[in-house]
Design a binder for this molecule. Structure first.
Ligand SMILES: [Zn+2]
Length: 486
């Protein structure tokens, strides 16, 4: 791996010294990458490129950290059409259909596409909640595709069975699946301390949604994960009207003695809905456990309102994510828009209900950029090495074309990235010191080839899905979901 000099670019980064609502200033720099790390950040046109180094002229570019997506199911890029689903539909229809019917071949293509989509949009790190670990080969294919893509991933393999019947609710192969998943988790963790590829870009985490169903198993799985250094541990917690079955999950994890600073709770809408539990906020702060908000699908599917800025106000670690590419955008840009603008809208509505208008927005656009970069790294418990561009940190970097149609009229890159940019403005992406997107094109894979495979595999999955009556399925699931829908 040789050195890369990014010359005379506009450095756009938060650092640990900036608060969540501060507005840092961009400054022009030379940034030298040596191997996998940032070696030098210095005044522009002062750094001499080492012999053999690649120099990229960044005069009309913005240099920013890659996004850290704190909640994504990369494999779901192979799932067809779920854009109009509510959360209740998703819970009823997906696990017994798409998830259960998905083959290891589907997983490979979905996972590869999902990871490449992330990179293309400037997301360099994903906390990937892999909840289709149906067999050894499903897990192996997910690892293989993630490693091949070049993305940095905390691949959180789920300890979870899919239901074989909804009414009555049964998982007849639970014992067998549990044994297989735990053996796989152990062997992946022990092989190279949880590093799933030689450069450590892909590491092993755990997805664990079923805490409370079998307390003995909870203890066994969580102690094993923590003994083996499997991190982070992530789980869905919706709460509120659409997620009664997951209500008060933070409190439940704490009461079971399982809550620690390696946990990431996805969504957490119940923290601001009916009968919120103030103790749960305290527990998050005390332990350092974090929240992953995916505002676009939460708003569209009925999870409840996003808790992003409530976390910021309360000093709880929070990041953003996209959740599923089958439901919303593959890019983090909309996640920033929804997080910020929904919160502003909420404040405006509260004022207007008292007959008042708003004089100033007190949440800066730049704060959304922080949530998607350093905030995400904090929430994923990796901010000591990722999330900002500083000497010693890993070189996960996005270079934006500041002359693009979207960005040329915007002089402040923090605002530009938060509200004006799209994946089309992401010109170059570097992960771990390696260029994975260059001049707007993915480097490791030909997307056209991947697209062909994706369409082929999705057609095949669609055929398998067509044999199931999804609406029957939905009706059967309602009593279990305990969702008072209308
Ligand atoms: Zn999810």
């Amino acid at each position: 791996m040789s050195a890369i000099l990014l010359q005379n670019g506009l450095l756009t980064t938060y650092t640990d010294r900036d608060g969540p609502l501060s507005i840092p200033e961009a400054r022009r720099v030379d940034l030298l990458i040596d191997g996998e790390r940032i070696a030098v950040v210095a005044e522009p046109n002062t750094v001499q490129a080492p012999t053999g180094a690649l120099t990229i002229d960044c005069t009309n570019k913005w240099i920013a950290p890659g996004f850290v997506d704190t909640h994504r199911h990369a494999w779901m890029s192979v799932s067809p059409h779920q854009e109009d689903w509510t959360l209740a539909e998703y819970i009823a229809k997906a696990p017994m259909t798409t998830t259960r019917l998905t083959t290891a071949e589907d997983i490979y293509v979905g996972q590869l596409s999902g990871c490449l989509q992330a990179l293309n949009g400037g997301t360099t790190t994903v906390v990937d909640h892999f909840h289709a670990a149906n067999s050894r080969s499903h897990i192996e294919k997910a690892v293989q595709a993630t490693v091949e893509s070049g993305v940095r991933s905390m691949l959180c393999v789920s300890r979870q069975s899919t239901p074989t019947s909804l009414s009555p609710f049964r998982m007849y192969d639970e014992a067998e699946v549990s044994k297989m998943q735990l053996e796989m988790l152990r062997s992946l963790a022990e092989k190279d301390h949880g590093r799933l590829c030689p450069d450590g870009r892909v590491t092993l985490g755990l997805g664990y949604d079923f805490q409370g169903h079998n307390p003995g198993e909870d203890k066994r799985v969580l102690s094993m994960a923590r003994e083996l250094g499997i991190t982070p541990i992530t789980m869905h917690y919706v709460g509120g009207p659409h997620g009664m079955s997951t209500d008060h999950k933070i409190r439940k994890w704490s009461e079971a003695g399982l809550l620690q600073g390696d946990c990431i709770f996805s969504h957490c809408n119940g923290l601001v809905h009916q009968n919120p539990d103030p103790k749960e906020w305290e527990l998050l702060k005390e332990t350092g456990a974090s929240v992953a908000v995916t505002p676009e699908d939460e708003l569209g599917m009925g999870h409840g309102n996003p808790v992003t800025y409530e976390c910021v106000r309360r000093g709880v670690k929070v990041g953003l994510g996209i959740d599923c590419a089958s439901i919303v955008s593959t890019e983090m840009f909309p996640a920033m828009h929804f997080a910020l603008q929904w919160e502003r809208g909420r404040i405006h509505e509260a004022l207007s209900s008292r007959g008042k208008g708003i004089a100033y927005n007190n949440l800066p656009a730049a704060s959304a950029f922080r949530l998607a970069t350093l905030g995400g790294a904090e929430a994923a418990h990796v901010s000591s090495k990722l999330g900002s561009l500083e000497v010693g940190k890993l070189a996960d970097i996005v270079i934006y074309d500041a002359d693009s149609i979207n960005l040329a009229g915007c002089r402040d890159p923090f605002r530009g990235i938060a509200l004006h940019a799209t994946g089309a403005d992401v010109e170059t992406v570097i992960v771990n010191g390696e260029i994975v997107k260059r001049d707007g094109k993915l480097v490791r894979k030909q997307w056209k080839e991947v697209a062909k495979q994706l369409k082929h595999q999705q057609d095949s999955l669609r055929e398998r899905l067509a044999r199931i009556d999804l609406d029957e399925q939905y009706k059967a699931a309602m009593p279990i979901l305990r969702v008072p829908v209308e």
